[in-house]
Design a protein around this ligand. Sequence first.
Ligand code: OOG
Ligand code: MG
Length: 244
Amino acid sequence: MLGTVSERAPLSAGWPELDVDTAYAIQDEALRQRRARGETLIGVKLGLTSRAKQQRMGIDAPLLAWLTDAMVLPAGAPVPHDALIHPRAEPELVFVLGRRLAGPGVTAATALSAVDRVYGGIEVIDSRYADYRFTLPDAVADNGSSAYFSVGPVGVEPASLDLSLEAALLEVDGQIVDTATGAAVQGHPAEALALAANTLAARGLALEPGWLVLTGGMTDAVPVRPGSRLAAHFSHLGSLTLAT
Ligand code: OOG
Ligand code: MG
């Protein structure tokens, strides 16, 4: 959603037959255009992997979207409100892959064995659709509302933690507004990673070494208001603050 500041009606409003496969083709074309502009593909994100997110959006299936280097928000860098419509933030567990992970048939255990490090993170989403109202194909075509993300300061080997028990506290202006553990994400974030590998396999693709994988908002997302203090605190993976 970078570089555009206007919202629009959902694609499905004027194109009711838009299906998920076509939406992924739209997503791929948007990635092609980003790469043509010089952006580098650095990984994928999953969306709608937790019940909190699925219930909020009224969609009961996860999605996949592309991440490029232009979406990285370095620690302390301000959220670029001029380039955003109605940003929201959500805490996520982030994997960095040590080796290639290709489906089909990838299990959570296999998936975890391909992970080099896990980090806490915050994703800043910004749907281009008014009021975040969309169908699954709409959200897929919009590259999963991807805008920016920050990765936290502490990366550990995944075997050193029980990621289903890793907690995130979401803080807004000094109040903890939501909490969740990694179990909120498909039972275990490695299940989300396996899902990413298996879903990509159906499209003839794989997760590549060095890629980042954002496993999906653990809690519901909160609005990012200029001047507010927004932070995520993880039990073993440190804290991140968004410069809003
Ligand atoms: C769709 C993207 C969802 C997540 O982590 O669940 C997402 C949206 O809610 O706008 O990034
Ligand atoms: Mg997300």
